[in-house]
Design a protein around this ligand. Structure first.
Ligand SMILES: [Zn+2]
Length: 334
């Protein structure tokens, strides 16, 4: 066996950890890749090996979620820099509005030796502009105006919040598992790390149209707990419902784990699926899982591809998808 590097994500592992062992495979994983592999290997192949993205852009719920994430990201980053709250809110709104309108300089930016970075100094595709979100809500679609109003209500509701922002939108990585065959570097993106007075905890922003229960069996949350050496994450729930009171739309329930549950995930579940991924990669065969074609967000975007005849799949892929940027755990996909 060679000391081959399986690179799914943006950073080759040799840049992060010294290759000190021989004949061991290094794998970099994050919750998005891991959860997709758990769900459907073929979907993982489409998304993270072929880097396919829908030609029609993100769904309306994803776009509205991204607007709120951008708002909170810039709000918290301003707070970290010591900006006053009222002004930090303005930074948040400016970023959210730019996300809605789109920034021409960084969208689909291709780096060249002369110009390695877009002149706006944003991350490539950081402000893509919305394509499936109208100004005002219509039917099942949430409008961007209502999304901005929700941000405003959120700030009003939490105006006396005592949680102290320590970090926002950061990626951390650590080797969470190692045996004779494999070494797994887990990368986690944290929306928000806050000092709540009870301790320092990861907080995940979750926007939603309907109230939904948060399940504990969640790779993202467990990975975050292990990296932060804590047994709790908080979910910063942000509801878009116009009919609910702020106190019902904006809640921060904790998700708590026992030490035994985290250890089981780290020592058994994580290596099992990582090894399965290595096997898929080695054989080049990524089998479909028909039980994942329908999920809580609706149908899988690749459903039509899988439903078409095997000899038609390639042309269906070309018709409905384009090659996007290489997956990187700093992207959000909530
Ligand atoms: Zn830009």
């Amino acid at each position: 066996m060679s000391d081959e590097i399986v690179r799914i994500g943006d950073t080759p592992i040799e840049q992060i950890i010294e290759p000190r062992t021989f004949g061991k495979q290094n794998v970099i994983l994050d919750a998005t890749v891991f959860t997709t592999i758990m769900a459907c290997a073929r979907l993982g192949d489409f998304k993270f090996n072929m880097n396919l993205v829908s030609i029609n852009g993100k769904s309306n719920s994803l776009e509205c979620g991204s607007i709120v994430h951008k708002f909170l990201e810039y709000y918290h980053k301003a707070l970290i820099k010591g900006v006053r709250k009222e002004q930090a809110v303005q930074f948040g709104f400016a970023a959210a509005e730019l996300y809605i309108a789109g920034c021409k300089d960084c969208t689909d930016f291709i780096p060249t030796p002369e110009q390695p970075k877009p002149k706006c100094e944003h991350q490539p595709n950081e402000f893509e502009g919305v394509r499936n979100t109208p100004r005002n809500s219509e039917g099942y679609k949430i409008g961007w105006q209502d999304t901005l109003d929700t941000c405003d209500q959120y700030i009003q509701f939490w105006k006396n919040d005592h949680w102290v922002t320590l970090e926002a939108e950061v990626v951390k990585g650590e080797v969470l598992y190692e045996d004779d065959e494999i070494r797994i570097l887990w990368k986690a993106k944290f929306d928000w790390i806050a000092d709540t007075n009870q301790g320092i905890f990861p907080v995940d922003h979750k926007t939603m149209k309907q109230r939904r229960e948060t399940l504990k069996l969640n790779n993202q949350f467990m990975g975050q707990c292990l990296l932060m050496k804590t047994r709790n994450v908080f979910i910063n729930k942000i509801g878009f419902q116009k009919t609910l009171e702020p106190k019902e739309k904006f809640t921060r329930p904790p998700v708590s784990y026992s030490a035994a549950a985290l250890l089981e995930w780290q020592s058994e579940t994580l290596p099992y699926y990582a090894k399965l991924l290595l096997m898929y990669n080695e054989t080049g065969h990524f089998p479909p899982n028909y039980t994942h074609c329908e999920n809580k967000y609706g149908n899988c975007p690749f459903l039509e591809v899988c439903q078409s005849n095997p000899n038609m799949r390639e042309s269906e892929l070309k018709r409905l998808f384009k090659v996007g940027p290489v997956w990187d755990p700093t992207s959000d996909e909530d």
